[in-house]
Design a protein around this ligand. Sequence first.
Ligand SMILES: [Zn+2]
Length: 459
Amino acid sequence: MSFPALAFVDLETTGATASADRITEIGIVEVDESGVREWSCLVNPGTPISGFIERLTGISNSMVSEAPAFAEVAAEVKARLEGRLFIAHNARFDYGFLKNEFKRAGQDFRATVLCTVKLSRKLFPQHAKHNLDSLIERHGLEVSSRHRALGDARLIHQFWNRVQAEIDPDLLAETIKTLTARPSLPAGIEPAVIDDLPEGPGVYLFYGENNLPLYVGKSKELKKRVLSHFAADHAAAREMDLAQQVKRIEYIETGGEIGALLKEAELIKQLQPIHNRRLRRNDELCFWQLIETHPGEWRPVLMPAGEFEFGPQSHWYGPFKSAREAKRVLAELAKPHQLCHALLDLESVKPGKPCFAYQLRHCKGTCVGEEPVLSHSARLMAALSRHRIVPWPFAGPAWIKEGSEVHLIHHWRHLGTVCNEADLYALLDSSAPSFERDSYRILLKARERMVPLAVEGNH
Ligand SMILES: [Zn+2]
């Protein structure tokens, strides 16, 4: 059969993240009409190889210390890959790493990519596993040096040959065509724009006619997510509708998922894109704060989000999207917990007079002195506990390191993101944003990763 020139590619790297980790070895099997050529090369990653990776690949720091840096072999790698179908197992990984290394070397690299994990999945859907070890076992592939670049590239080549022999040529051609098909992009969006999207985490922005912000989204895998918007098989009409309106795409790379979530929340609030369904307006956000009026006696006070502040023993509950919502939630809790409507200020009653709930026997009579405020307070706290804002666990601000970024957080508020820890202190002087529900939820999940900021005496 006739096929275009092929390159079976495998890389060894210092880790799993294309933006932060580096290539340590490249293996390429070139196949075309003139035959099969193998090439491999160790690469000095310019960064230490961890013990774990060394044990996995057998590539040690001393092996790469004399090897050329990627920039020195870039031209050769490009010449070997140019004009060929780029075939790799979990190709996004290898393609992403190469693109990043070329970018660092100041060069552009693009190829049509075929992933053999996806190919295997399409051709052998009856199997659950499609990792290289499963393929070796299933197709009886001959292993020369597993986890080395050329060894694994040879395995992919062998798999390819098995597939050529076993699968109906028409079906195979059709499958490859589907897997290598370019997404149908809206008019005006250049394929290069998509190609340049990072594989890693970040935020993307879609703009429409007249630069109108249409949509802000985030992903751990930016390119994959953006492409999914333009996939032809959208079930939902509104997704289709959005895809057709896009005139321009912007993106912001982030150090990780937390950074992407925070940036997304910030941009949605700032730009109010028309296709973001959850438009969060913070204007009316409020809390119940429990205030101790006498020892052990607590009463709820409605507080706007701007007043939000943590004392060491503060009791904040919420946030609620409006005062009305806050009152509705409290009223709903009152009945099963037998709380007094007069004490909760849900009903205005003259002092000493029974609240309406008391007359229905839903209140234990705090309003008429039958129940001490003390025991009412205990039930009130229990009733609200599900809504309690987790007390800020540190004396001062804390930071989260994520990839190449550091986020500074205080009282669950995101003060900013910088590239290194020394710059965190500059953020302390900036005015804190008001409490935001989205950021709170994001940060609460990341609480284990927070490190208290060492603040000098007078801060
Ligand atoms: Zn009452």
